[in-house]
Design a protein around this ligand. Structure first.
Ligand code: NAI
Length: 254
């Protein structure tokens, strides 16, 4: 992977940051994007300290809900590094644990803007650049909730089903053009997104219950997701496109 260039949206925390650590440790130059400058600066400092083979780390302040900013971000990456080999569309939110009838429509709109439209904007300009190169690999963050119904998370689940649809359709659009597009569907992973849900959720929504949803009876670790993402991005997965890889402690096998 040495001397390649990757973008990871929402890369200053959780699964995105863990993926950035994995890639830069393999000599990949990593651009992380996000809304918070301070978190981005701290992540870049850490990433630069573990970089191999001259790889570089950069942060671009970017909100995925802004289409013009998505185009400008890809232009900025290409003008500094000359190319974009890999992209991980990871930025996402889960802002409510509620039944459909008890949920707030504004929360659903915010999840549509970030999880669906935001991912679509980034993917669009990433693919345009990769087509110019004749090569590229994209991984989108879906979820077990993107492959199955999920009680108390209907709106989030709907947005992650959309991610699976966008991933598979885009993969078909570009399968013969050298651009591979896959997704990962993690089970519950110990990151901020889950911590916030555990704080704000119903009494029944606790760590023991969430763990018990997974046959391995535990939450996942960010590095377990990053390992799958890095494989899908690598040439080892050269005949894999349109696949949603479950990394979920056995959840999908039930
Ligand atoms: P996280 O909250 O640490 O990471 C999400 C990142 O996206 C954060 O850095 C956040 O600031 C960023 N972000 C949110 N809205 C943004 C916006 N409008 N513009 C730019 N950046 C934005 O949580 P985690 O767990 O690392 O989540 C990463 C992805 O994995 C998300 O798409 C999430 O839905 C997905 N996922 C997470 C699971 C979990 O259990 N942690 C399970 C399945 C999927």
């Amino acid at each position: 992977m040495t001397h390649q260039v990757a973008l990871i949206t929402g890369g200053a925390s959780g699964i995105g940051l863990e993926t950035a650590r994995k890639l830069i440790g393999q000599g990949v130059t990593v651009v992380i994007s996000g809304r918070r400058q301070e978190a981005g600066d701290a992540a870049v400092k850490e990433l630069q300290s573990i970089a191999r083979d001259g790889a570089q780390a950069r942060f671009i302040r970017n909100d995925v809900t802004d289409e013009a900013a998505a185009e400008a971000m890809i232009d900025q990456i290409v003008s500094e590094f000359g190319r974009l080999d890999m992209a991980v569309n990871n930025a996402g939110i889960s802002n409510e644990t509620a039944t459909i009838e008890g949920s707030d429509s504004d929360n659903f709109r915010a999840m549509i803007d970030t999880n669906i439209l935001g991912l679509y904007f980034d993917m669009k300009y990433e693919i345009r650049q990769m087509l110019k190169q004749g090569k590229g690999a994209i991984v989108n963050l879906a979820s077990i909730a993107g492959l199955n119904g999920m009680p108390w998370a209907g709106a989030y689940s709907a947005t992650k089903h959309a991610v699976a649809g966008l991933t598979k359709s885009a993969a078909l659009d570009h399968a013969a053009q050298g651009v591979r597009i896959n997704g990962v569907a993690p089970g519950a992973v110990r990151t901020d997104i889950i911590a916030k849900q555990l704080e704000g959720g119903d009494d029944n929504y606790n760590e023991a219950n969430i763990s018990a949803m997974h046959p391995m009876n535990r939450l996942g670790r960010p590095e377990e997701i990053a390992n799958g993402i890095a494989w899908l991005l690598s040439d080892e997965a050269s005949f894999v496109t349109g696949h949603i890889l479950s990394i979920d402690g056995g959840f999908q096998a039930k």
